[in-house]
Design a protein around this ligand. Structure first.
Ligand SMILES: [Fe+2]
Length: 197
């Protein structure tokens, strides 16, 4: 079982955002620890404590995303970044909602869910959140939002950024495939249950 280790690579330098990211990591690890303590994952289906852990994770994530969006609006980030960043937040919220919906939680693989949450958050912080912070820093130095956007997405596109972008694309492709499979699996399992009852 992987545990999400906080790393200095995640530090954006904005203490409010860093504290919230740390709290997200803590909540994720609470979830990870709970499912690894309970070796028989089947026994967790319908578990009240698990439901509470996931609900807290969902609510805190939504709160943190709103905070980031207010932060971006306050420093007038370029609208191209704002739109795509918001879209990524909405995508994640939709995924979490799907996973923890009462009807679906019965059928999902909890370890897969944990791995999904970790990989998504890692690539999100290292990718789009860092790009947001770099733009904030350029704007603080006197650049316009457009200039900051162009600098961050073009001139500053170094090797690690390219790598993260490629990795994110790969993760997103895998997630889209998994999501489709997960929906199919859930629907199939529900039909089997209905048939058997
Ligand atoms: Fe974000």
């Amino acid at each position: 079982m992987n545990i999400f280790k906080w790393s200095n690579y995640f530090v954006t330098g904005q203490s409010r955002i860093d504290d919230q990211h740390k709290q997200l990591v803590n909540l994720l690890n609470t979830f990870g620890a709970y499912i690894s303590e309970n070796k028989n994952l089947e026994s967790l289906k319908g578990d009240v404590k698990l439901g509470k852990i996931l609900q807290e994770l969902k609510e805190y994530t939504a709160y943190h995303f709103r905070e980031e969006e207010v932060f971006m609006a306050n420093f007038s980030v370029d609208s191209r970044h704002f739109t795509s960043h918001m879209y990524k937040h909405q995508y994640f919220i939709t995924e979490i909602n799907f996973f923890i919906e009462k009807d679906n939680i019965e059928y999902i693989d909890l370890i897969e869910l944990f791995d999904f949450l970790i990989s998504w958050l890692t690539t999100h912080i290292l990718g789009v959140d860092m790009l947001m912070i770099k733009q904030y820093e350029y704007i603080q130095k006197g650049h316009t939002p457009e200039e900051a956007y162009e600098k961050v997405y073009n001139e500053d596109c170094n090797r690690s950024d390219v790598l993260i972008t490629a990795l994110k694309k790969m993760v997103n492709l895998l997630l889209a495939k998994n999501r489709k499979l997960s929906i199919l699996n859930t629907e199939l399992q529900k039909k089997v249950d209905q048939y058997e009852s």
